[in-house]
Structure formats: structure tokens, C-alpha cells
Design a protein around this ligand. Structure first.
Ligand SMILES: [Zn+2]
Ligand SMILES: [Zn+2]
Ligand SMILES: [Zn+2]
Length: 138
């Protein structure tokens, strides 16, 4: 990779780690363009993990497994979850898991209520089960 030179269009010295001139965006010869910084819109070289101008990170952690991946990647390289709407899907799944927990608890509660129904302690048992369910829902 050529490391020194000037922009053939505007004459500005090449920025280290940028694939295009930072002033006029003309591609720098011999450099492989990677990610266009989502923050300052400079084009970094393909091996850059963060923007050399504004330090914006080009990687993000998968919300499902924590694997770091490029912002431009469509899906996680480890668990293959698509990044598109990943946060929402994760929230949705967490929500469903919690609901299932509550349903499970409620089902357990119902059978317990069935067992104690008719006995003098049933009111109290039902009360504490309802408490449990409410707490689990938070
Ligand atoms: Zn230039
Ligand atoms: Zn930047
Ligand atoms: Zn993942």
C-alpha cells in the first residue's frame, strides 16, 4: 500500500488510513476502500476498524451473542442473526420469554390453587401467587 502522496485532484496530502481524499473524496491510488464513516462520511481503508478522522467505531457487537462485526455486515458472523431490526427482535424475544415465564408461573399457580382449593389457607396462597406473578412481570 502506498503510504505517502497527494490528492491528484486537490493536492491535499493523503490521510493515513483513508481510501479517498478527505477533502474532495477522490479515491487514493493503491488503497482499498472500506467503510464510509457513518459519522463524518470519510472513506476509510478496508482494514480500518474505526474512522481515522472522527474515531467512530466501524464495528458493533451482536445483540444476541456479543460477536463484534462490521457495521456494513448484514448479519452476525457467529450466530447469523440479521442486524436489520436486531434490537427490536431481541427486545421482542426477551418480552416473549418473560411472558412465557409468567404463563408458566401462572399455570403452576393454578394447579397449586387447585390443590389447596377448599382448604382454609387457599385465600392466602392465591394472594401470594398473585404477588409472585406480578413481581415476575416486572
Ligand atoms: Zn482531494
Ligand atoms: Zn469519521
Ligand atoms: Zn451474533
Amino acid at each position: 500500500m502506498t503510504t505517502t502522496g497527494v490528492c491528484e485532484n486537490c493536492g491535499a496530502p493523503w490521510h493515513e488510513n483513508l481510501a479517498c481524499c478527505e477533502y474532495c473524496d477522490v479515491p487514493i491510488q493503491g488503497r482499498v476502500a472500506g467503510i464510509r464513516c457513518p459519522s463524518c462520511s470519510e472513506v476509510a481503508t478496508a482494514d480500518a476498524r474505526a474512522c481515522p478522522c472522527c474515531q467512530q467505531s466501524f464495528t458493533k457487537g451482536c445483540v444476541f451473542c456479543g460477536q463484534a462485526a462490521f457495521l456494513t455486515a448484514g448479519s452476525c458472523p457467529r450466530c447469523h442473526e440479521a442486524f436489520e431490526g436486531a434490537e427490536e427482535r431481541k427486545a421482542q424475544r426477551d418480552h416473549e420469554a418473560r411472558n412465557q415465564q409468567i404463563v408458566g408461573l401462572a399455570t403452576k399457580g393454578m394447579s397449586a390453587i387447585g390443590q389447596v382449593a377448599g382448604s382454609s389457607g387457599s385465600r392466602q396462597v392465591i394472594g401470594s401467587l398473585v404477588d409472585m406473578i406480578i413481581k415476575a412481570g416486572r
